[in-house]
Every structure is written in C-alpha cells, then in structure tokens.
Design a binder for this molecule. Sequence first.
Ligand SMILES: [Zn+2]
Length: 256
Amino acid sequence: MTLSESSQTLKKSFSTFGRISEIDLHDERSWLGRFFVTLDVDWAPDFVLRDIYDLLEELGVVGTWFATHSSEFLSDLQQKQKHEVGVHPNFVPLLMGTAKSHGVRDVVDAARQMVPKAKSFRSHSLVQASPLSDVMIEYGFEFDCNILLPFFDPTWLKPWRHCNPIVKVPYVWDDYMSLVGACQPTSSVTSAGGLRVINIHPIHAWLNSISLSSYNSVKESMHDEPRMCRAQSPSASGGIRDLFVGMIKKVKELEL
Ligand SMILES: [Zn+2]
C-alpha cells in the first residue's frame, strides 16, 4: 500500500456524521469537516424518541442523545452503541429554589447512574459554572457541549481543551433558537466546513414545530399521544423536522 493509499484508508475511518465522543484533540480529522447531530431529550416520551431514532436511521446518521430521564427506549439505546448517549442534567431547580435534590452532586450522581458510560453532557438550559465542571470531571465526564454560538461561521470553530480532561465542543444551530428567530439559516451551516454540531429536540422534530405555540399547547400532556398527534404540523410545512431532514440531505448531497 502506498502512502497516499494508506492516508486514504485512514481518512475513510471517519465518516461525515459523527458522535461527540469521537472527537480527539490530537487528530483534527476526528472533527474537521464532520457533522454532529445532538439531541436534547427534554423528557420526551418513548413514542417520540423511537420515531426520531427511526428517522435518523432512515437518513443514515448517528446521533449523540443527551438523556434527561430513564426510559425503556433510552436503556435500549445505551445497549446499541451505534448512537451515543450522554446526559442532560437539569440544574435549573437548584437555581430557582424548587429542587427536590440537595445540590449539584445529587443531580450529577443521578445522571451518572442513569447513563453509566456517558462521556458527554449538555446541561438543560445551558447552565454552566466552574463548580459544575469540577463535579462533572469528578464523575468522569469528558465532553462539555454547553457553548452555543448560533451566528458563528462553523468554518472558524474547533473543539478546545478546557480544564483537563474536559473538552469543550461548541454547537452552531439549535431548533429552539431557530423557532425564536435567533439562529443562522440552515444553509450557512450545511455549506460550511470546520466543526458543525447541531442540536434538535426530539419533541420539536416529532411535532414538526413551526412555532413554539404547538409545543406550548402539549408540553403538559406529552404522554397523551392522540393529543400530541393533533398538534403535529404536516410534512413540508417548513417545521423543525423538515428543516432537519433538509439539512441532512444537503450535507449528504455536498458529500458526493
Ligand atoms: Zn434541555
């Protein structure tokens, strides 16, 4: 095998769509030009999660799922190993004084027990603080995905070492931010190189949300499937599912 053939072989070992924990700061090919789909689970019911999992499979992409709770689907997903399961700890009740837990360590401990092999995390509502990082390190987490840069050109983005061993992995597009008009157009993300990490919430992809109103109408009754179905926006109405599918198809098209 010639040198160029062997470098081609190595190059092929990284597919376009990746999982966050594949990022290696010593090997630029593990993130440069790749596309990472993350999913903030946000307590969505299993029928929603299964449908979005099937969608990813259909599109031929892997995801990094940030789990908020235990469920049959999320337990099965941890066994599959094709997709990555990280955690989405909720520190907000601690900040608001409504928590049942006694502190940060309780929240992180529960997250670790829920996903014993998780390496990556993103806090619900992007809560960050140095003491939180210290506890995440103590519990063996390595990839912090809390930095959202919705108007940055992905070409200029890269992961970086924070406090050892935490690696910060910024993301550039988020479905919720898109719904509130605070995100760059999807075309700016799909056509760029650099580090492309996007985030969807399974509930918004399932509802094909075109505004926050459909979600707000069902968020207190997410386990009521018939009611949820009535809140879905039809296909091709420009909702989050349509945007997401369009992004993946565009990235695949540009890959050819
Ligand atoms: Zn969240």
